[in-house]
Design a protein. Structure first.
Length: 355
């Protein structure tokens, strides 16, 4: 049994714990949570009591506890590097929610520290554990789609509409390039898993809807090392969507949401749809983490892929920031005054911003 501490007892930290146990009773003999770390333990006392977790405010105190084998990090992105490094120094295995870190050099150092300490470092890209995503991967590997030419992905949601300036996710420090660190990075990881290393990105990230720092609409064109092209978008001021589509010379396949799988071969006039059973992908990834720690089984997301994903994230953020000045100039020049009105472009009118 892998004995874990959850670090960060917010909504997602609780989701991870709840996937593994109910009222403190584990769902498997592979993993359970026994401890928790929170900045304000009193806020989470009832939850931790219900899940039979010993709660602490001191992360280092938990790392020093011999009764804990691993830490699961559900903390702000900018804290991951230091928390991973501290866990490696203490010899604790680490499961960290995406993104691995906020900088590529930190990702490299975190991976090196984990390797030197001989601990497992696993990143929570839970969509890899979807049966439909695995079916898409199998079609590519088996050649069912022919030669792959292009990939598209979108992960969007409405959460930005409910953010206020007190929330850590609403800051540009934690959420540069809009929804990239919360949602878009999942598409990046899917692309890396399905298509291999990414060599080039060109991005724009716009913020004209939300009343917080972060952007609301981010789009990226990218190129893989093998010559395949790709498009990625992530929006945090619209209805929820998760979609990954792969095009090849023999047809295309598309994952919609978590379980709807569309395929269309060249000779077909319309796509065929298969619905996969829904699974608890958080439970699946944490079971795989336990197997990696205790049974030396390879985790589905390799450290090399996770580090490469942060290199791609860095490139997207830098590309978006470097184009921002040109976008600002274009918005304020009167090159097309007849189009600049509430009817055609309501989002360009400051009075239309969400109150």
């Amino acid at each position: 049994m892998l004995r874990c501490a959850i670090v960060g007892v917010g909504r997602w930290g609780q989701r991870l714990v709840d996937s593994c146990q109910q009222k403190g009773q584990p769902q498997s003999d592979k993993i359970r949570f026994t401890h928790a770390v929170a900045r304000s333990p009193e806020k989470h006392a009832d939850y931790c009591a219900a899940q039979q977790l010993q709660i602490h405010s001191d992360y280092q105190e938990v790392l020093n506890d011999d009764a804990i084998d691993a830490v699961v990090l559900a903390t702000p992105h900018s804290q991951h590097f230091e928390q991973i490094s501290a866990a490696a120094d203490a010899g604790k295995h680490v499961f960290v929610e995406k993104p691995l870190t906020m900088r590529h050099d930190h990702a490299v150092m975190a991976a090196d520290n984990a390797s030197a300490a001989n601990i497992v470092l696993a990143v929570g890209y839970n969509r890899r554990f979807l049966p439909a995503m695995q079916a898409l991967k199998a079609m590519i590997d088996d050649g069912a789609l022919g030669t792959i030419t292009h990939m598209e992905g979108n992960f969007s949601g409405p959460f930005g509409l409910h953010y206020d300036k007190t929330m850590w996710r609403a800051s540009t420090e934690e959420s540069p390039a809009g929804g990239m660190t919360a949602m878009g990075i999942h598409i990046v990881d899917a692309f890396i898993w399905l298509g291999g290393p990414i060599a080039e990105v060109r991005a724009q990230s716009l913020g004209h809807i939300l009343d917080v720092e972060m952007d609301d609409t981010t789009s990226v064109m990218l190129g893989f090392e093998n010559g395949v092209s790709g498009m990625l978008s992530t929006l945090c001021a619209t209805a929820r969507q998760f979609r990954v589509q792969v095009f090849g010379t023999l047809g295309w396949a598309q994952l919609r949401d978590h379980h709807v799988f569309d395929t269309c071969a060249l000779e077909q006039q319309q796509a065929e749809t298969k619905n996969y059973a829904e699974v608890d992908i958080e439970f699946a990834e944490l079971l795989a983490f336990a197997d990696a720690c205790q049974n030396k089984q390879p985790f589905l997301v390799t450290v090399e892929e996770a580090v490469h994903g942060i290199a791609v994230q860095d490139a997207i953020i830098n590309s978006a920031q470097n184009s921002a000045s040109l976008q600002t100039v274009c918005r304020h020049e009167n090159w097309y005054p007849n189009l600049r009105n509430e009817k055609h472009f309501p989002s360009l009118n400051p009075a239309s911003k969400t109150q």
